[in-house]
Design a protein around this ligand. Structure first.
Ligand code: ACO
Length: 334
């Protein structure tokens, strides 16, 4: 069974409530119908009911039985404002500002998750990554024991023997522009856990660099060396090695030469990039030049799951991200 089918199965086995703040966005409305039909989650569309129904009619979609909530008329909006004020007053937010802010659909959806009225949130078809993540970082915050929120892509490379028969996790390709060694270590450990929980693979984590085992000296390399040390300390049960060049990480013959004796080199299936420039460029190269399917970005480290969509996403992409979010909400250790 392909990975996405397995995730759909898992999502169905214990249905979660996922809020979609961009409730009147046509691809989202279509996705809501598919999610309901496939039984992947209970979705809530945020927005004006009449507007959403108009969109549904023009898209030929049936939204009967799908919950729609308008922040302007919802009975709990005042409670959300109160709670938001409590959470952010030390940042200078007043109650008046809080009442205004929670009317924004992304903040409203985030508050639904915070207050336990939804198990997770998916958005970003018409908002930037920053617009979606900032409220979640401010309100939902990191899970206990997690120092940082980061993201990963599950990459399925066709006809490849590298990694896990062509399956890899790449991180961080979407959130942290310039992680320090401590943060990079936390990203590595979180991604290993996601690999296990969501992709069902035994992670072998390569901490990538332009140097392998001391072949080059530079402050950027030193960061990866230190991150490798910290990650091993944080998770002694996980196979992690670095610093490794990409070829040493995934090609057995190169690994034999450059990193003999490593339990990761030559067979890595989790690739941790040293910063966001490398990670974002790296996943797009593999997606475009190798024709890989890139599932994500999947956020990891939040106290409750929140996931971002690409603005070029299709309804099918939204359905898949909702299924992933629903599985994360089932309480897997990710
Ligand atoms: N983990 C945990 N908390 C964080 C993180 C993190 N990674 N980043 C920021 N925070 C917290 C801050 O501590 C702060 O908390 P506080 O307000 O309670 O003190 C809060 O989040 C907001 O922090 P800011 O620094 O104000 O937020 P910032 O403006 O840096 O935004 C963001 C954070 C949105 C993640 C930013 O780093 C960003 O834009 N990243 C890049 C996103 C991007 O453009 N990705 C590429 C495109 S995606 C793609 O191609 C698939």
């Amino acid at each position: 069974m392909r990975l996405m089918e397995q995730i759909w199965e898992k999502a169905r086995s214990n249905k979660k409530v996922i809020v979609l703040p961009e409730g009147s966005e046509p691809r989202t409305v279509k996705a809501a119908e598919i999610i309901k039909k496939e039984g992947l989650a209970e979705v809530i569309l945020i927005g004006d009911e009449n507007r959403i129904k108009e969109v549904a009619v023009s898209e030929g979609v049936n939204v009967d039985g799908i919950r729609i909530i308008n922040p302007r008329t919802y009975e709990k909006t005042a409670d959300y404002a109160e709670k938001f004020y409590e959470l952010r007053k030390n940042k200078g937010v007043t109650l008046e500002q809080a009442k205004e802010i929670v009317l924004d659909e992304i903040y409203f959806g985030t508050m639904m998750v915070k207050m336990g009225d939804a198990d997770g949130m998916v958005s970003g078809a018409i908002h930037s990554t920053g617009d979606l993540l900032r409220p979640a970082l401010q309100i939902i915050k990191t899970a206990p024991g997690m120092s940082i929120v980061s993201s990963t892509f599950i990459m399925e490379v066709p006809n490849s023997t590298y990694g896990e028969k062509g399956l890899f996790l790449f991180a961080d390709c979407a959130v942290n522009p310039n992680p320090n060694a401590q943060e990079l270590a936390a990203i590595a450990v979180a991604t290993a856990r996601t690999a296990k929980a969501l992709a069902g693979i035994e992670p072998r984590v390569a901490m990538l660099s332009f140097s392998t085992k001391g072949s080059a000296k530079h402050e950027n390399v030193a960061k990866v060396v230190e991150a490798t040390r910290l990650a091993k300390e944080m998770a002694p049960d996980i196979m992690i090695d670095g610093e490794l060049q990409l070829d040493a990480a995934i090609v057995p013959k190169v690994a034999e030469l450059k990193a003999p004796g490593s339990n990761v080199a030559g067979k890595a299936n989790v690739l941790v990039f040293p910063d966001l420039q490398a990670g974002n460029i790296g996943y797009k190269l593999v997606q475009r030049l190798a024709g890989a399917e890139a599932i994500g970005p999947i956020c990891q480290g939040f106290a409750a799951p929140v996931n971002d969509l690409s603005r070029g996403c299709s309804s099918e992409d939204i359905v898949n991200v909702v299924a992933i979010t629903a599985v994360q909400a089932q309480g897997l250790d990710i």
